[in-house]
Design a protein. Sequence first.
Length: 79
Amino acid sequence: MGIPVIVVGEIASLPDIRPIVGEGKADAISMSRPFVIEPGIVKKFQEGKQDRSKCIQCNFCVIAAETGPLRCYHGKLKE
């Protein structure tokens, strides 16, 4: 029994996820920011409705969360 490995860092598309998990390079993928904009992203992947997240990795969701609600700001910090 080994230690589970979770990959972190801007991996948010099935073409990137499949070889990592499918070939046993990691046990799981962390997708924190994609879940902010699309909480149901895994279901969409499973149903074949999309193969990548709409997240643009701008990180403004994290910056703005210091003073307001955690949500996607699509590259624009709140005023």
